[in-house]
Ligand binder design. Structure first.
Ligand code: AMP
Ligand code: MG
Length: 501
């Protein structure tokens, strides 16, 4: 008998090992995505799908796209919508949950890590609270671009594995093309998941969820302290590092509610988020953030508050008696500001090319930021431009100075900076390479993101793909794509961003 040509065994096989679905039934609602009219692939993240042990050829084919659209379930999927609660803009909402996202399951990736695969925009769930369970194309493209840009910048984030058109319209202010994003996360558990159970005095659920998460994410720490304390300590550390990382690239999340705060410190729930062009600490983009609660410079305080909410939910688990539990909670949460400051200062030192730590560094950095704010200097270009300046030759300063409304104000700072560099014997070439590895040339600038979305609604995804490719190498110069590096002209400035939900 002739032998069949070698084909990959089971190309549509997902390496599912679903653990969340083994937790008690009241942690979620089991349901399948609602099928859509006419699935069409917009984009597939091939490297990520390979990382997850999936075959990109199959995923991009008809059967794969049917899965990505929620029209068919791969063998082994145990679809569910997760329950959670949360503080939204400070107001308590006892019942939120995945209103338009469905977890297909968890796969063990090629490195042995457990990753959630979720379809966002997959139809209504018991948690939809009157919403349609769908997503418009614009927010899907936005999340795809920005989350992948964050990943390329080296910032912890959920990932985008695919975007598909549904062939259906969703009703927002107008009728818009509908789409579904396939989101990959280490975990979709949020601070709000704990609040959900704490608010119901469900101590057993809190214990189960805590033990589950420590076993899933921190097995090496299990037994070193109470599980709840491990979880809290890790979150404090990770959130402090995460928010510092955001601020070092000028990122504003925009909706730092506790339901949008990942328990493992990934950036999650990209809504009206944006990167700043001109630096100003009070910058806000979100159309729903009327009081600037989640403004750029408020982000560390807000994250500190969010980890305190986790501590509050975990109180019954932190010690045997309430006073002791409160003391533990306070001690862990109190570490946040220091951890944030340390991460931020270390990152800022790298951004301005300092290898050594000196007491005057913070002052030098704050002076630069104050100058940038007063001069509306572009955040990204200022730091990128600084990479090229040399210690003795001042030629290169001309270009950078132009980023400041009053260019002469940059000079005294540049002088102090050069003395500081001289004091540690800084080498121009080495410093430039080190600085260019942390100061991106490319960020997803709002006006370009909006442009890409507008083209997408016209059925043209070529600009989306081009921007996505540029953002995959944010630290490379890519002179042919300079248009994506430039700040907006006055008429191109985007002042408001929308959740679009
Ligand atoms: P967000 O502000 O995007 O984090 O969403 C807050 C809550 O609203 C979550 O519980 C979401 O699942 C839910 N939600 C957002 N958009 C929709 C929608 N179109 N349909 C149903 N639920 C939604
Ligand atoms: Mg959310």
């Amino acid at each position: 008998m002739p032998t069949a040509p070698a084909k990959p065994a089971n190309p549509g096989r997902f390496n599912f090992a679903n653990s969340y679905a083994r937790l008690p039934e009241h942690f979620f609602a089991r349901l399948a995505p609602t099928p859509v009219a006419a699935p069409q692939l917009i984009q597939l993240n091939r490297p990520l799908s390979v990382e997850l042990g999936l075959d990109p050829e199959w995923l991009g084919g008809e059967q794969g796209v049917a899965v990505l659209a929620g029209n068919s379930l791969p063998p082994g999927a145990e679809p569910l919508a997760m329950a959670y609660a949360g503080h939204q803009f400070g107001a308590w909402v006892p019942q939120l949950g995945d209103g338009r996202a469905i977890l297909l399951g968890e796969v063990v990736d090629r490195k042995g890590r457990r990753r959630d695969i979720q379809l966002k925009g997959a139809g209504p769930t018991p948690f939809s609270r009157g919403g349609d369970g769908r997503a418009a194309l614009g927010p899907v493209l936005r999340e795809y671009l920005i989350s992948e840009a964050m990943a390329a910048l080296g910032i912890p984030t959920t990932r985008a594995m695919a975007a598909v058109l549904t062939g259906e319209l969703v009703v927002r202010e107008t009728r818009l093309a509908g789409a579904i994003l396939t989101r990959v996360a280490q975990s979709h558990v949020r601070v709000g998941t704990f609040q959900f159970f704490a608010a119901r005095d469900d101590r057993r659920a809190l214990i189960e969820l805590t033990d589950y998460l420590v076993g899933r994410h921190y097995p090496e720490l299990a037994g070193t302290a109470r599980a709840a304390r491990i979880l809290l300590r890790e979150l404090v550390q990770r959130q402090a590092g995460l928010v510092a990382a955001w601020m070092l690239v000028g990122f504003i999340h925009g909706v730092m509610n506790t339901d949008n705060t990942s328990i493992v410190g990934e950036t999650i729930d990209y809504g009206p988020c944006a990167f700043m062009d001109a630096y100003h600490p009070e910058t806000v983009f979100s159309s729903i953030d009327h009081y600037g609660r989640y403004a750029y410079a408020n982000q560390q305080a807000m994250a500190h508050g969010n980890v305190a909410r986790l501590a509050q939910s975990l109180l019954p688990l932190l010690a045997d008696n309430p006073e002791e539990a409160l003391a533990v909670a306070r001690e862990e949460v109190a570490r946040f500001p220091e951890l944030f400051q340390a991460a931020w200062l270390a990152g800022m030192r790298r951004k301005i090319g300092l290898r050594e730590e000196r007491a005057e560094d913070r002052g030098l950095i704050e002076e630069l930021l104050a100058l940038m704010a007063a001069n509306r200097a572009d955040f990204t270009l200022t730091f990128r431009g600084l990479c090229r300046l040399e210690t003795v030759d001042l030629q290169g300063d001309q270009e950078l100075r132009r980023l400041f409304e009053r260019p002469e104000e940059f000079e005294p700072w540049a002088q102090s900076w050069r003395s500081r560099l001289a004091a540690e014997g800084s080498d121009d070439r080495q410093r430039r390479a080190a600085m260019e590895a942390v100061n991106p040339a490319f960020i997803p600038r709002n006006h370009r993101v909006e442009e890409v979305i507008r083209a997408g609604y016209q059925g043209d995804f070529s600009r989306f793909r081009e921007l996505l490719a540029v953002l995959a190498a944010p630290f490379a110069d890519q002179p042919e794509f300079i248009r994506y590096a430039r700040p907006p002209r006055p008429e191109e400035v985007v002042t408001k961003t929308f959740c679009g939900t």
